[in-house]
Ligand binder design. Structure first.
Ligand SMILES: [Zn+2]
Length: 291
């Protein structure tokens, strides 16, 4: 694992031939994004050491980076949680045991609970654990507390990019799955049209960030899953709309979701989203991976 004093090297293929792809990251911090010249894997270098990472998530992440009270996050996230339940409903039945890793304040588990047999969460942030527990959810503070071969479905929404050793982590996740069980992994897509095509400087300064060790595409997420011993299928997803993209171009700032929706017809929005997904230039990808 490469940290501060090492030259940039690729986590996936080990190549030391890696190119810096932007000269800034969010909050003016010093690490930079690199792309492996050999396999195309994108990563932040230097990454935090495990000790720095623990300190970061214990003390800095919530207060400096993700300043959201558990209740506000809950309210803001319920609509997306409902969409996720609908998106994956063909994967579960009344007999399904579900685990979510990185469940935050528990909104997805809360929404999916009426449809399945059991729901369990793993979450590191203590304030979120307390909040989710107050909603009657069963939350553990470590994956180690989850018994082997106890889950039919494991969900990880925007978690894998935060993990320092995702291949080892996914092997550990696999041990928790029942035979034939599946893990659903949703991550930002580094081939996002804003990053790969529009290349808006202000957006890139914001896009690259210290909390994301790695930036996956459908190809590199696939490689990671193969190395962890899964079979998988990859799916495109677009979370931000045409207004958001135009707003970035016009102002260099986030927050334009829906901004031009009184002008844009729904058919235009739908067609734009469809095109991004077909070409995998969408902002998000998810894998359904089988043990
Ligand atoms: Zn590589």
């Amino acid at each position: 694992m490469a940290f501060h004093n090492d030259p940039p090297s690729c986590y996936v293929c080990g190549s030391t031939s890696c190119s810096r792809i932007h000269d800034a990251i969010r909050y003016g911090l010093s690490p930079r994004p690199f792309r492996c010249d050999k396999c195309g894997f994108v990563f932040i270098h230097p990454r935090m050491s495990p000790e720095e990472e623990r300190e970061f998530y214990d003390n800095k992440y919530r207060s400096n980076y993700e300043d959201q009270k558990p209740e506000d996050l809950w309210k803001e996230s319920l609509p997306e949680a409902r969409k996720r339940v609908a998106r994956f409903q063909n994967l579960f039945t009344k007999d399904t045991h579900i685990l979510e890793i990185g469940c935050a304040s528990g909104f997805f588990l809360y929404e999916v609970r009426p449809h399945v047999k059991t729901v369990t969460g793993v979450e590191l942030t203590k304030e979120y654990v307390q909040y989710a527990t107050s909603k009657g959810l069963d939350i553990r503070e470590s994956l180690k507390e989850i018994p082997a071969e106890s889950c039919d479905l494991i969900f990880m929404f925007h978690v894998l990019e935060h993990i320092l050793d995702p291949i080892e982590f996914l092997k550990e996740v696999k041990e928790k799955l029942l035979p034939g069980g599946k893990v659903i992994i949703e991550v930002p897509n580094v081939d996002d049209i804003l990053v790969s095509t529009y290349k808006i400087n202000k957006h890139l300064d914001f896009y690259w960030e210290i909390a994301h060790n790695y930036y996956f595409s459908k190809e590199t997420l696939g490689k990671i899953l193969e190395k962890a011993g899964y079979r998988y299928e990859m799916y495109p997803l677009q979370r931000y709309d045409l207004s958001n993209h135009m707003y970035w171009m016009l102002t260099g700032k986030p927050g334009g979701q829906g901004f031009f929706n009184t002008i844009f017809p729904q058919s235009l929005l739908d067609e734009y989203e469809k095109t991004l997904k077909e070409k995998f230039l969408c902002d998000t990808v998810y894998a359904i991976a089988t043990k």
